[in-house]
Design a protein around this ligand. Structure first.
Ligand SMILES: [Zn+2]
Length: 214
């Protein structure tokens, strides 16, 4: 009895050492830190929900541009294409960020809407559907610096059947100072996706250029 007890005790000690050494004991649950990781996750998702503004053309960036433009159609622009531009103009006016008015302006921003014909070689992978951009003139005087945009947006009528409000939105976007976007939901995606509605990113880009300027 005495011997047996001692033997069992030694056996238990060895078994205990073995179990401790090789991790046979069930693992205690790790001290959890769910509160910390949860708050990190939520703050990360908040950050990614922020809207990334559509890029702004570098020559427009940081310039104090008036949000009012007077636009004119170039001679020879077809009625159908005028209608496409008018629909795009209405969409930009609905944002309340810019004001595009038919007519001419002596000292303010102007926007010329027209067309040209430039067929691409048969081997071309992409078709140029239009062209548009800002043209910035800065004038220094005793009254200070004035910045004026003489913008233009044009359709390539060599691809008339592919022209749409989406193309007009894109070229007008360039004229107003927006650059290409990597987002397919932006009107400023460089390859026509048929997007004719300004995305939240596009609106954020316009706000960068025109907000609080009249
Ligand atoms: Zn473009």
């Amino acid at each position: 009895m005495k011997f047996k007890t001692r033997f069992l005790l030694i056996l238990l000690i060895f078994a205990g050492i073995f179990a401790w050494r090789y991790g046979v004991f069930p693992q205690l649950p790790q001290p959890s830190a769910p509160a910390i990781s949860a708050s990190q996750t939520s703050s990360e998702s908040t950050t990614s929900a922020h809207v990334t503004a559509t890029p702004v053309e570098s020559i427009v960036s940081g310039k104090s541009l008036s949000s009012t433009y007077h636009y004119q159609f170039q001679k020879g622009l077809s009625t159908a294409n005028q209608t496409l531009f008018k629909q795009a103009i209405a969409a930009y006016n609905r944002t309340g960020l810019v004001k595009l008015i038919a007519g001419t302006s002596k000292n303010g921003n102007t926007l010329t809407l027209g067309s040209y014909s430039k067929p691409m070689p048969a081997s071309a992978q992409t078709f140029e559907l239009g062209h548009g951009g800002p043209q910035i003139t800065e004038t220094w005087s005793a009254l200070g610096t004035s910045v004026v945009n003489h913008a233009s947006a044009q359709f390539n009528v060599a691809y008339q059947s592919r022209l749409s409000v989406a193309v007009a939105m894109h070229e007008l976007g360039h004229a107003l100072g927006l650059d290409h976007s990597t987002s397919k939901t932006s009107v400023m995606y460089p390859v026509d996706q048929g997007v004719s509605q300004l995305s939240a990113e596009d609106l954020a880009g316009l706000k960068k250029i025109y907000e609080s300027k009249k």
